[in-house]
Design a protein. Sequence first.
Length: 434
Amino acid sequence: MRFRPRPALVLALVIWLASTLFYFGVFIPALRPGLAAKNLMRGYRFGNDFYPIWVAGGELLNRRDPYAPKLTPRIETGLYGRVLDRRIPSDAQINYRAFAYPIFTIFLFAPLMIIPFHAVQVLLAILLPCSVVLTVLLWIRVLGADLTPQGRAVAAVLALAAYPVLEGVFAGQPGLISSAIIAGAIAALVHERYALAGILLPWAAIKPQLILPLGLWLIVWALSDWNRRKKFVFGLVATGILLLLVSTWIVPQWIEGWMRALREYRQISPPSLAQFVLGRWAGWIVSAVLAGLSVVVAWRARLEPAISSAFMLATVFLIATTVLTLPSSIAVYDQILLLPAVLWLHTHRSLILRGSIVFRLLTLIALAAVAWEWIWSLGLLPLHWIVPSVIRTSGALLLPFRTESSAPFAITALLCFVVFRQIRSESIKAALTP
C-alpha cells in the first residue's frame, strides 16, 4: 500500500523545518556579533551545557576531582575562548559554568567521555532528538492517547519543533535525557514492572529539581499498597544507595563539591518561572497553592493503580507544576516536562468540549501560546531571506519566543480547572451518597 501522508503530518513537517531553520539559521547566527564584541565567540557553542560534564568526566577518568575550582577557567576557556573576567559586567552576567551535576551524571554518559568533544557534538545532535521522540512515544502509550501512527508522528515532529526542545538540543542539555528516563519509569509502572521503574527513576536525578516532587509522590503511592508495589521502593532505594556508594568510593568528597557548585550557581541563577513572571511574593503564593493542590490530588490517587486516570492526572499535574515552581526561569528546555500535560489534555479533550466558557477560553489561550512561536517562524523565515535587515533587530528576533513564559501557566491552569472540577464532582457525589 502506498503511503500518503495526511495534511496534518505535512503541516507538522513544515512547522518543524521552519522552526529549526529559524532557530539554527537565523536566531543563533544573529547572536554572534554581540558575543564577538565581548570576545566570547572562540569556544564551543553547540553543546555548551554538556561541555562541563565532558570536561569533568575527563578529570574523573584521570582520577582527579571533577568539582575542583580550577576546572572553571578551563571550562570557560573551552566555551568562550578565554577565562571570564568577573570585573567586567558583561562577563559577570554569563551563567556559572562549573560542573554542577551529581557525579553519577558522568556514569550515565561515560561512553562520551573518551572521545573528542567535536565527536560528542555530533552524537548529541542525534541522541537528544531521538530521546525527545522516545519521550513522546512513551507518554502516548502511557496515557492511552487515541492516535494513529501518523498522529504519533505528528506529535513527535511538533515536539521537535518546540523552541524549548530546540534550545535543549543546541545546549546539549541532559534534561532531555532525564525526561525520557522519567517517561520510561512511568511506562514501567503502568506495565507493573515495579523493580524496573525503581531502577530507572534515580538516573533521572541527574537533574534533581525535575524529579523531586514526582519521586516523593511515587514513594507515597508505593507505600499505600506495599504488598503490591514494594518492588518499586526496593529498586529505587537499592539503585540510589548503589549510586551514592559508587560515587563516594570514586570521589569521597563529591557531595561537598557538588553543594559548593550549586551554591555558586544559585547566586546568579534567576528564580523559578512563577517568581520570575509574577514577582517574588505572588510567585511564592502561586507556588504554595500549586504545591497544596498537588498534595490533595496525589493523596486522593494514592490507592489507584498506575494505569488509572486518577494516577495519571496526579502524575501529570505534579510534573507540570514542577516546571513553574522549581527549575530556573532561564531553563526553558525543562519545559519539555509539559509534554505529558499537553498529551493528557488532548486525550481528555472531551472535558474541554463539555467545559465552561472560561475553560474553553483558557484552552484557546494555551493553544495560541504554543502556536505563536510556529506562526512567527513561518512568517519571519521568508522575511529574513527577502529583507534581512528587518530580522536583525532584537524585537523581530525575539517574537517567536514571547510566549515561552505564558504557555506553562496556561497549560497548568487548564490542569487546575480539571482538578478543581473533579474534586467538586466527587464532593457532590459523596454528599448525595446515603
